[in-house]
Design a protein around this ligand. Structure first.
Ligand SMILES: [Zn+2]
Length: 473
């Protein structure tokens, strides 16, 4: 990479003098500051002493884009991507440049999770259920999960800590925007929350309990433009289960088979209902690991793709699903392989389900889901584990994530890098690896916005009988 920079700068034809100054400085800076750490990033200041508030941050990597993957320099100003350069001579003179020898992907979009529950360790009943209402009444589930949430998380006032802990779990898998329903709007300290700020809302309980007044309120919010996406759990159960099968028609009776509605799961949807989903510009979130663990079957993904329905991949939660999106991607790939669907559902198709297509499902495709000029600078940098960036992603574990930016800010990554880019980050050891993560903000002045990781973890440990590890297989 540095040799390449050298060659490019040595053959410059334009901006000769400026390019020369850049070259001289970069040569010295790289020699002085290249890091021997595992992530091996080189952080350099293009001009010593020229740092100022408006200074660009430039990160180089193999940039994964729809038009192809090639080495580039992503120029970030404020919370946006100002440009993606293919020529190092165009790097702004006062930029802070970080060389990363890996892939740059757009921040992954987790279109459905229950982040605050992910503080509770995994649970398995050891048997299958017919629908979501069955396991929610299982005595062991109540004892080990539901009552723990009620008595210990809510009862001991650590829900804010649980949300922060769950967000760290999610960002370890590269998620930068997440859909999760909370009792109140949460400050966006680490990760973006797909809520009313993004014209999105969700309804989590039994669809049969949605009263007409609430349904009408959703419909008028759609009509006024206040609402763009509305998420429901629909058809979560076996395809043979009458309760799960009835849910789509209940939604239709409430006037909510309509554009902008997102169906989470949809395992029990029949062919005609899937056609209705397509015809009404609705969307689906697919959670294969959670579905197979609870019901022994999942969405008919082949049919969904045949009908060209926009579908996103998401874990649902870690308790019966995946720890994070990277794990869910690997699980989905294993499932696709077991069903002999790899020709139809390639690594790129799965990648789209957490980036561009997920952005469409989330209703944010005009500013997120791609590394593009003027888009929000949510970017995930990983190690390169395969010459094909999509196959590489399916080999990527959270330990291979070098850096995550949200809105241009380095908020998570290898501590060797984060410690330099954001000295306010917390150093946390996960499975022997040192990571840096930001847990504090100063938006609302709430005392819980000032908590460092040690306090978050300590409060949770005191409140709960056991907490889930940050990464759990
Ligand atoms: Zn869910």
């Amino acid at each position: 990479m540095n040799d390449m920079t050298f060659k490019i700068r040595a053959t410059k034809t334009k901006r000769r003098f400026a390019g020369f100054l850049q070259f001289v400085f970069l040569f010295c800076a790289v020699a002085a500051l290249s890091l021997p750490a595992t992530a091996q990033p080189a952080v350099r200041q293009a001009r010593a002493g020229s740092a100022r508030a408006s200074q660009s941050l430039v990160l180089s990597a193999d940039v994964v884009a729809d038009e192809g993957t090639s080495h580039g320099w992503i120029v970030i100003e404020g919370d946006r991507i100002k440009d993606v350069l293919r020529d190092a001579r165009l790097i702004p003179l006062d930029a802070r440049v970080i060389d990363l020898d890996g892939y740059a992907y757009p921040g992954f979009i987790d279109t459905h999770n229950h982040v605050h529950w992910n503080v509770i360790p995994k649970w398995s009943a050891g048997r299958l259920f017919n629908n979501r209402y069955e396991w929610q009444l299982d005595p062991v589930y109540l004892y080990m999960v539901s009552n723990v949430y009620g008595d210990r998380v809510l009862g001991r006032d650590v829900e804010d800590e649980a949300i922060k802990y769950g967000e760290i779990r999610a960002i370890m898998g590269g998620a930068t925007l997440i859909q999760s329903r909370y009792a109140k709007i949460q400050p966006e300290i680490l990760i973006r929350n797909l809520d009313k700020r993004y014209k999105a809302d969700s309804y989590t309980p039994d669809i049969r309990k949605l009263d007409d007044a609430a349904a009408k309120a959703y419909l008028s919010a759609f009509d006024s433009g206040e609402l763009k996406r509305l998420f429901f759990h629909i058809g979560e159960g076996k395809s043979s289960d009458p309760t799960a099968r009835a849910e789509f028609e209940i939604l239709r009776a409430k006037g909510l088979v309509r554009p902008g509605v997102v169906l989470i799961h949809g395992v029990a949807l029949c062919d005609k209902e899937l056609q209705d989903v397509k015809d009404h510009d609705m969307y689906i979130v697919w959670s294969p690991r959670c579905n197979l663990a609870l019901y022994g079957e999942t969405l008919n993904i082949e049919k969904v793709l045949d009908k060209k329905i926009d579908v996103a991949l998401a874990p649902d939660w870690a308790i019966t699903g995946s720890s994070n999106l990277l794990d869910e991607l690997r699980f989905a790939n294993a499932y696709v392989t077991s069903q002999r669907l790899t020709e139809k559902i390639s690594a790129k198709t799965l990648y789209d389900m957490v980036t561009k297509n997920a952005a469409k499902v989330a209703g944010v495709e005009d500013r997120l889901g791609q590394i593009r000029k003027d888009f929000l600078a949510d970017i995930v940098f990983t190690r390169k584990l395969d010459p094909d960036p999509y196959k590489s992603l399916l080999k990527t574990y959270s330990a291979d994530v070098d850096l995550v930016l949200v809105g241009g800010k380095p908020v998570y990554g290898a501590y060797s890098l984060m410690g330099k880019l954001n000295p306010d980050c917390n150093r946390v050891v996960v499975n022997g690896r040192e990571i840096g993560v930001v847990t504090t903000g100063n938006g609302t002045g709430d005392r819980k916005e000032k908590q460092e990781f040690a306090e978050i973890e300590d409060n949770l440990r005191q409140a709960l009988p056991a907490i889930a590890p940050l990464h759990e297989e």
